[in-house]
Design a binder for this molecule. Sequence first.
Ligand code: PBG
Length: 325
Amino acid sequence: MEIPIRPRRNRKSAGIRALVRETLLSPSDFVLPLFVHEKEVDEAIDSMPGCTRWSLAGLLKEVESVMELGISTVVLFPSIDDELKSSDAKESYHPEGLIPRAIRLLKKAYPELVIMTDVALDPYNSDGHDGLVENGVILNDQTIEVLCRQAVCQAEAGADIVAPSDMMDGRVAALRDALDSSGFEHVSICSYTAKYASAYYGPFRGALGSAPKEGDKKTYQMDPANRREAIRELLLDEQEGADMVMVKPAGPYLDIISDLAEQASVPVAAYQVSGEYLMIKSAASEGWIDEQAVMMESLIGIKRAGADLILSYFAKEVAQYLSNR
Ligand code: PBG
């Protein structure tokens, strides 16, 4: 047959496939989310197989092995005791709170580690919402005041990047202002720019005991049906001074990642969330899919869509896989 143009020529051997491969994953693409709690023992997280709620001592050890694999950045999430939760979420900016202590400990041991922190009230709020709640309404502007105190407290402890995941309007500008006026011009803001009201966060809320007591997060997180709105959020976040913008979840929102990658003038992050992780893990544990292959494919897809950095619970496994090849 006369078929002069044969795309299969570029696929004919492993060597040629490697030569023309467009998307490569590297450990330095990844940010590993880590959970910490007050206890002295490390605890497996039932809702997220393979993940752990670390004691501070356990965290210190884990981070060492993470860095050895070439991952430079971790993002910390706290599991807070119920008695420390309140409707004003004041534990979120306690200088001796779990997160500031964890940051100081890590920075002292590993000064070159990049620490990202989550800025939102849900782990500390007795209502389980990312913002303050009054008569069932999530208060935007009052919440921002608390978020600013939280971010400054994290910066004081040594955070390199604060990542507001709360989706209040105007919080990036307010955080930039609060950080700058406290002498933290060097602290970056990675904004959860397009964070959707997603059912894929379920296992994470189980891990932290942070599910909302009443209602859902649809008045602040975005409607999964909307694409254009992500651009609106992007334009605002850039204008307000975000250094990085994030899309979350990642896998079901590749079009959004692609839109932001095309239009943003700052790096685009994507968060492969707990539900995405759990679906792969649980199907693999039944023997229904090849875990390693699906893990790599899910992450290559996210990077191919345009993500510059990826937050993923698989970060360590990917780095291990890459170093064994
Ligand atoms: C809370 C927060 C959530 C996640 C990261 N920060 C949950 C939520 O918004 O309810 C989800 C992460 C995941 O599911 O892996 N501010």
